[in-house]
Design a protein around this ligand. Structure first.
Ligand SMILES: [Ca+2]
Ligand SMILES: [Ca+2]
Ligand SMILES: [Ca+2]
Ligand SMILES: [Ca+2]
Length: 745
């Protein structure tokens, strides 16, 4: 993070706001500030618990419908006549439809549920442009991301009745279904009259209203009005390739050429990240009220017509944040009104850093995010002789996700996906000479950390059969049914004597059994899903990382220890309790160890493995709350950017404590910023929208596990100039390797 605090003497409190107590004079220096008081009853009502009001207990199975099971060969060509270049079906080519469908998925629900999954995320099932022919690449839309009919179903995938039947069948088993949704782009329907595609920036080609006046769409992105425009004034002139394309898309607003940005191909930098086309895919003008309304209706239609339980949002950060701020809370409200109180939404911000992903997540107010940083940390921990502190560093950033509504426990975590490829292949690339048994051992650790740490774990279909793949996207989209694609058919499945040339729904494959065991352990011990996660021990270099997970309801502590080295290692892990019996829970075993007088548990963690212990009894009830102070704040300092507020307690979380951070903006009421349930204590404060010069008072309230509270002294900070935050100011840390230039291949 860039330095966000400038220490300046505050000499101009001229906004008319006065502090609740204190001199409030225009010439006050920092030392003159006296923080606003907070009453005991206010503290009681403000002190909350770390939020769990979104999904935090799902085990998700991510499936590419075309590649999972072919329940109906009669729909393989989607009812379209002609050859593969018309209907898109060619079971011998990895970039064409291979035949899988919703009927097949419905028939295999036992297989998915037996693995321990309680939710399924499917690739977009909507009507697509079946084939797109680019100068150097021809592909079909088997992946679902080239949508034409946002309110229709792809006939290759199934009929609306079949999709409804699938969701009803899942619901009957207590399983949820998540649709992949797209608003950033449609299929490539418009060409440009200029026959050029280089990005045209707003500096050279500003948007113009019908009177020829230039305007900035950001000014209208959250409003109900928008200037009228003319097609001939667009940066590039959108044209149809054939007359019949005029009504190709639905709903109808998507056929209006003025509802697209029309600036040419994204370079994935600056404004083009939001306004550019993904190699020709038409980029939707998501600042327009008509478009916002259109997508609210589309998304609510998925809930109303199909009964879907949540969304994975594609290309989230390539759409202006105001769009998501308007659309998703509206959809979530609708879902709640039809009984879906935990409608689970998670966006794709393909960046490996928490500052960038959390910026979109906390500002978007749309639910949660795919945790790309988690994927990167797991790979690094297991592949490059990296220090095990990689894991501690990852979780140390979790406080960036905390708001009153959401936090890191809502994240969607994964180790493999349909764009990046499979973790097995990544780990094989990173350590090319390793034998299969060593790779399997690493994969066991990857999956165990996936299931035993915070977030909703996602299993990418095929990982459980031992598929490795040979690269990203198409290299890792094998079918579980016998493949006729030569590259897929010849693949050997890890830990088995099977290949991709046969049907692979084995429930005895080693990876299937391991994932099944992990899912059953977390299902039986909910603390391992969403209990407070506290980092307890970190070795230097390779070795042991340990954390505890403690259930807020039962108060029983679990200790999870990860060894990423190839030597067994004995460590002493701090816990909440002295003389407490901890019994081994995973892998199956019966050893019991007792914590010592310093509350430390002595554990031998076998090489390249994960071990879990469970305490015999709850953490003892606390007799008094610890003292608490805000940490590292200079009174009167200026805040101009997202900023970390830290607190310290006298015992640093000695009884499964929680800390709520509160702010008083000017003379407004105290409000909670969010509650943290793991030391080190912090939340991030966002000054966006608060006028420059406004004083903000901060306090922290600690609650122990027995209803006691203590409130810190207050510290006043002052909002600086430039504390505005539109999407152009999002941090961009995305490396080239994660830029989605190959999306849809
Ligand atoms: Ca089929
Ligand atoms: Ca866009
Ligand atoms: Ca286009
Ligand atoms: Ca924390």
């Amino acid at each position: 993070m860039k330095k966000s605090i400038k220490l300046t003497a505050v000499c101009a409190l001229t906004t008319g706001l006065t502090l609740a107590s204190g001199p409030g004079t225009a010439t006050a220096g920092p030392s003159d500030f006296t923080a606003a008081p907070i009453s005991a009853s206010q503290a009681k009502s403000l002190a909350g618990k770390s939020a769990r009001n979104q999904e935090t207990t799902l085990n998700m199975y991510s499936v590419m419908t075309d590649r999972f099971a072919n329940g109906d060969p009669s729909n393989d060509t989607g009812g379209i006549s002609g050859g593969p270049l018309q209907h898109g079906f060619d079971a011998t080519k990895k970039q064409f439809y291979n035949g899988g469908d919703i009927k097949g998925l419905t028939e295999k629900l036992d297989y998915i549920q037996s693995l321990g999954m309680n939710a399924i995320w499917i690739t977009p099932p909507y009507e697509n442009d079946p084939v797109q022919i680019l100068p150097n690449y021809t592909s079909a839309s088997y992946h679902g991301y080239w949508i034409t009919g946002f309110d229709k179903m792809d006939k290759h995938v199934g009929t609306p009745a079949e999709v409804k039947a699938f969701i009803a069948a899942a619901h009957k088993r207590g399983m949820k279904v998540i649709f992949d949704v797209v608003a950033n782009h449609t299929a490539d329907v418009f060409d440009y009259a200029q026959k050029e595609y280089t990005y045209r920036g707003s500096d050279q080609y500003p948007y113009k209203d019908i009177n020829g006046n230039t305007f900035d769409p950001h000014q209208y992105a959250a409003s109900s009005t928008f200037p009228q425009m003319k097609v001939e004034d667009m940066p590039y002139t959108p044209v149809l390739r054939s007359a019949s394309d005029a009504t190709k898309r639905s709903p109808a607003f998507l056929n209006n050429p003025l509802n697209y940005h029309n600036r040419g191909d994204s370079t994935f930098t600056g404004e083009s990240s939001v306004w550019g086309d993904f190699i020709g895919l038409d980029d939707v003008f998501t600042e327009k009220p008509e478009v916002v309304k259109g997508f609210k209706d589309i998304f609510k239609g998925y809930v109303k017509n199909y009964g879907v339980d949540g969304f994975r949002i594609d290309t989230y950060k390539h759409v202006n944040i105001e769009f998501w701020q308007q659309v998703m809370p509206d959809v979530e409200k609708y879902a709640a009104s039809v009984g879906k109180k935990k409608f689970y939404v998670f966006g794709e911000v393909a960046s490996p850093t928490a500052p960038e992903v959390s910026w979109w997540s906390t500002k978007g107010n749309s639910g949660s995010m795919l945790d790309f940083a988690f994927q990167g940390a797991i790979r690094k921990t297991l592949s490059e002789n990296a220090p095990v502190s990689t894991l501690a560093d990852l979780f140390a950033q979790d406080d960036m996700y905390t708001t009153k509504k959401f936090n890191a426990y809502n994240l969607a975590t994964f180790v493999s996906n349909h764009d990046m490829g499979r973790i097995a292949n990544m780990l094989r690339i990173d350590t090319p000479s390793q034998p299969d048994w060593a790779l399997l051992r690493r994969l066991n650790v990857a999956n165990a950390v996936l299931f035993f740490s915070r977030g909703n774990p996602i299993v990418y279909y095929g990982d459980e059969q031992g598929f490795v793949g040979d690269g990203n996207d198409t290299g890792a989209r094998e079918s579980l049914f016998a493949s006729q694609v030569p590259e897929y058919a010849k693949e050997k499945l890890l830990g088995t004597d099977r290949t991709g040339a046969q049907d692979n729904y084995s429930t005895t494959a080693p990876m299937y059994r391991q994932i099944q065991r992990l899912a059953s352990v977390v299902n039986a011990n909910p603390a391992l899903k969403d209990g407070a996660q506290v980092t307890r021990y970190v070795d230097e270099g390779q070795g042991v990382f340990a954390m505890s997970r403690t259930d807020a309801a039962k108060g029983v502590e679990y200790v999870v220890a990860v060894n990423n080295g190839w030597s067994d290692k004995q460590v002493k892990i701090p816990t909440y309790s002295r003389d407490m019996a901890f019994t081994q829970l995973y892998p199956a075993g019966s050893q019991t160890q007792y914590t010592d007088i310093d509350k430390k548990l002595t554990v031998t963690v076998p090489h390249m493995s994960v071990i879990v212990f469970k305490a015999a009894k709850p953490v003892a009830k606390s007799s008094a709350a610890p003292s608490i102070t805000l940490d590292g704040m200079t009174p009167g300092a200026t805040v101009t950017d997202r900023w970390q507020i830290k607190a310290r307690t006298s015992n640093q979380g000695g009884s499964n404590d929680q800390v709520t951070f509160v702010a008083k903006v000017g003379n407004a009421a105290w409000t909670s910023i969010g509650t943290d349930d793991n030391p080190n204590w912090s939340v991030w404060f966002d000054p966006a929208g608060i006028p420059a010069g406004t004083p903000v008072t901060f306090r922290a309230i600690v609650s122990d596990n027995n209803g006691h509270r203590r409130v810190s002294d207050g510290v006043v900070q002052v909002i600086g100039n430039d504390a505005t935050m539109n999407a152009d100011k999002a941090p961009v840390d995305t490396p080239k390797s994660l830029q989605p230039e190959l999306r849809g291949r």
